[in-house]
Design a protein around this ligand. Structure first.
Ligand code: DI6
Ligand code: FE
Length: 404
């Protein structure tokens, strides 16, 4: 017997590997972890390791830690009033055009200090963590000026330490045109390309660049300028694409070899084919779809037909997705969009990792992958999707926060 730090035995092990079994399942599986990494995985009976800590899963489900690959969870302020307005017939676009929506959160976020932002956002991160979500992507985009965008990204990085999670940060300066540039959109794009992206990149505060390519956001031409600047600074891109209309955002982000096209309710088949070619993930955000009472569903059958992998995320934000419940989003991806439970689970593990360029580190139980593992108190993987509330995993292995 060889020695290592942790061994988990007798698990209903969903590895999320592509090993020919649903969920990459290994029945009566075991894994060995040393120095934060998985060093062995297979059938319990074959395990050659003895752990300093031994865990007997007693046939219960063991999974990789979950990943929420699209959130806006750092923000200040509250938009419950807009929810009430929408219920009486005012549309999301109308609210945005009248200075509400994203811009009301921008005002509150600009007024908040870095410490305020951290303490307001920490409960949201902790809530995700308690569900087994140990990697979270967090976007800026409620600052829309250099100082506040940086403050948001720093708040996101601070949350990683405070909540003991891994955080990937995304610069979303192209989320909305700030009021001071209302009459001069193109100067705002200049600011993003010539000051915000370079400074954020110099400070190493962003892992990717995103934009909101939409009628109420930025045009394809404007988005291109942002993507070109991101490329000059060596940052990968992702895009809020084809959420409310088909502006061919999916095609655009694929052209830039983007990590993911997100929302994609209105993506065309041409866009889906382009995504397949560039290996761009389709990130589905069913809570925003539901909250906006959208009618157009993302073209799941085209994603399947052309081999585009799907991720699922909360989109946690104060406007269109006031939620920190990733399990509910899994449920909705199945009931609203027709995903299978296996597709849903891969959407918050293997495919979510890929949407964050973490496909060699997270989202699967395999040799060399991150050794943070979840032990659930049930056996059937479908339970992760099916039941809402009260399922809280035991997190096995210590937090590392160093790999990304
Ligand atoms: N799409 C969304 O769903 C969020 N941003 C975006 O570009 C909404 C953000 C908000 O309403 O505050
Ligand atoms: Fe979003």
């Amino acid at each position: 017997m060889k020695n290592c730090q942790h061994v988990i035995r007798h698990a209903n092990l969903i590895t999320c590997q592509d090993n020919g079994n649903p969920y990459g399942l290994i029945e009566d599986g075991a894994l060995a972890i040393d120095q934060g990494k998985i060093i062995w995985v297979g059938k319990s009976i074959l395990c050659p390791y003895q752990g300093t800590k031994e865990v007997n899963a007693k046939g219960q489900l063991v999974s990789p830690a979950l990943i929420d690959c699209h959130t806006h969870l750092v923000f200040a302020g509250n938009r419950a009033n807009e929810f009430a307005m929408r219920l009486t017939g005012t549309s999301y676009e109308e609210i945005a055009q009248n200075g509400g929506g994203i811009l009301s959160t921008v005002q509150a976020t600009r007024e908040a200090t870095l410490d305020d932002l951290v303490s307001l956002s920490l409960p949201r991160a902790m809530d995700l963590r308690s569900q087994g979500v140990l990697t979270i992507e967090i976007k800026s985009g409620y600052g829309l000026d250099l100082e506040t965008e940086i403050k948001m990204l720093k708040a996101a990085r601070t949350l990683a330490l405070k909540a003991q999670i891994d955080v990937k940060t995304t610069l979303l300066a192209a989320h909305a045109v700030p009021p001071e540039y209302k009459e001069n959109r193109s100067s705002y794009i200049d600011l993003i390309c010539q000051e915000i992206i370079p400074e954020v990149s110099r400070q190493g505060l962003a892992d990717a660049v995103d934009a909101f390519c939409e009628g109420i956001g930025f045009s394809v031409a404007e988005t291109r300028r942002v993507f070109d600047a991101a490329a000059r600074w060596g940052l990968p891109v992702k895009l809020h694409a084809d959420q409310l209309s088909d502006l061919s955002g999916s095609t655009l982000v694929a052209e830039y070899g983007g990590l993911s096209a997100d929302h994609v309710e209105y993506a065309s088949e041409k866009g889906v084919k382009a995504m397949a070619k560039s290996d761009t993930i389709a990130t589905l955000l069913p809570y925003a779809f539901y909250a906006l009472q959208e009618k157009n569903k993302p073209p799941v059958s085209w994603f399947r037909k052309h081999g585009v992998d799907m991720a699922i995320a909360t989109d946690c934000n104060p406007g269109t997705a006031p939620t920190t419940n990733l399990h509910q989003c899994l449920h909705m991806a199945c009931t609203l969009f027709g995903l299978t439970t296996e597709e849903a689970i891969l959407g918050v593990t293997r495919n979510a990792a890929k949407a964050l360029a973490l496909e060699h580190k997270k989202g699967q139980i395999d040799i060399g992958f991150d050794g943070t593992i979840l032990l659930w108190n049930f056996k059937d993987p479908a339970e992760l999707v099916y039941w809402q509330g009260h399922h809280r995993p035991q997190i096995i292995h210590t937090y590392s926060n160093t790999q990304i």
